[in-house]
Design a protein around this ligand. Structure first.
Ligand code: NAP
Ligand code: MG
Length: 401
């Protein structure tokens, strides 16, 4: 059987701990035997980031910018404990944060659905994808404790202009204050990334804030989304998708009765909350993928979960693990399908779809890792090890060729 050739190199970003173990199994058993591809490999394992003073992370981000599509393994974001554990020079910043800031991208989380795992919300039949704005608001807020009576004002001192003052509150007793901000440029990039994703996945786009109450701050988000979607109207029509603005509370209520199949764009705080609502509503972390989309149309695919540290320690002790590799496999298939789409190579896209089908067929046949067993109806009699699951997928893949 001849291998399917990828025209353009794929950027591969390796990572840490249990996901690094899974990563090499996926590559060895599900990718390399079937595809003829050039991988631009970057090792973002914590030791290599430390050795290169984190230059490797920047290089990986630039490679995604240059080649357009990357696939990334989960990585450790070191804290003080990890600095000791891995003898690091320092607690390097989050690689995902660094890559996101270089690509100016937005992260979209998408659940993988199978027929024998019912979401907690019965109406959900298709994925609900959350697009969370990753800049500003609460996360760049400044806060003040007011401990006695006094006036709090917002003061704006424009360069070369007259100062503007706005009374926040005339405090008669103790209280609290917060100042938040956002940037037109960042909101626009966010809107563009959401539009790129919605068009790429052919999913309706929803955006919601509370502009009836916040007539300037939230209203600005709504205006930017209205302008950016209007500018791409022809592409929305061609893709057969729509854009809807809803008030946040209306959107939250509608989501609970909706069959799904849409992208819900949200500001930073609402996105934080609702991505966890949606993720737990759909089932397991091991079944959640994540894609970073830049406003210019570059894509980085990964699993939404971390490095599954506890399982890795079991693995190091020589114990058998049962770690779910589905989200990591779908990171590969997402990247491969996107590469096929951008290169105009339908056989490459088809391979990605076939591999996804093999994974879903295994799960629907009751071949699953331990995390899925309690979620399944009917319950499978036993679970598979990390490697047994990947082997079962590989067997189906070989038969499907
Ligand atoms: P985690 O990797 O998300 O895992 C937390 C727990 O969730 C696991 O112990 C396991 O529960 C369950 N779980 C997650 N993924 C699973 C899978 N694929 N299969 C089966 N169970 C799964 O979080 P963590 O172990 O607390 O974090 C480890 C490291 O990941 C941290 O250093 C953090 O910085 C990093 N992280 C990286 C990313 C990223 O690169 N995108 C994202 C988040 C975290 P049980 O133990 O109960 O089986
Ligand atoms: Mg959160």
């Amino acid at each position: 059987m001849s291998k399917i050739k990828l025209k353009t190199p794929l950027v591969e970003i390796d990572g840490d701990e249990m996901t690094r173990i899974i990563w090499s199994m996926i590559k060895e058993k599900l990718i390399l035997p079937f595809l003829d591809l050039e991988l631009k490999y970057f090792d973002l394992g914590i030791s290599e980031r430390d050795r290169t003073d984190d230059r490797v992370t920047t290089e990986a981000a630039y490679a995604i910018r240059d080649y357009g599509v990357g696939v990334k393994c989960a990585t450790i974001t070191p804290d003080a404990e990890r600095v000791t554990e891995y003898h690091l020079k320092k607690a390097w910043p989050s690689p995902n944060g660094r890559i996101r800031s270089i690509l100016d991208g937005t992260v979209f989380r998408k659940p993988i659905l199978v027929s024998n795992i019912t979401p907690a919300i019965r109406s959900w039949k298709k994925p609900i994808v959350i697009g969370r704005h990753a800049y500003g608001d609460l996360y760049r807020g400044v806060e003040l404790v007011v401990d006695r009576p006094g006036r709090v004002e917002l003061v704006y001192s424009p360069e070369g202009g007259a100062e503007a003052r706005l009374l926040v509150h005339d405090f008669k007793g103790p209280g609290i204050v917060m100042g938040i901000h956002n940037l037109d440029k960042s909101i626009r990039s966010f809107a563009r990334s959401c539009i790129t994703y919605a068009l790429s996945e052919k999913m309706d786009l929803w955006f919601s804030v509370k502009d009836t109450i916040s007539k300037k701050y939230h209203a600005r988000f709504k205006e930017v989304f209205a302008a950016e979607t209007a500018a791409r109207r022809a592409e929305f029509d061609a893709a057969g998708i729509s854009y809807r603005y809803l008030l946040i509370d209306d959107a939250a209520a509608q989501t609970m009765k909706h069959p799904g199949g849409f992208l819900w764009a949200l500001t930073n705080y609402e996105g934080d909350v609702f991505s966890d609502v949606v993720a737990s509503g759909f089932g397991s972390l091991g079944m959640m993928t994540s894609v970073l989309v830049s406003p210019n149309g570059q894509f980085e695919f990964e699993a939404a979960h971390g490095t599954v540290r506890r399982h890795y320690y079991e693995h190091l002790k020589g114990n058998t693990t049962s770690t779910n590799s589905v989200a990591s496999i779908f990171a590969w298939t997402g990247a491969i399908r996107k590469r096929g789409e951008l290169d105009g190579t339908p056989e490459v896209t088809r391979f990605g779809e076939t591999l996804e089908r093999c994974v879903i067929d295994c799960i629907e046949a009751g071949i699953v890792t331990k995390d899925l067993v309690p979620l399944m109806e009917p319950r499978p009699p036993r679970h598979r090890s990390t490697e047994e699951f990947i082997d079962a997928v590989a067997e189906r893949l070989a038969q499907s060729e």
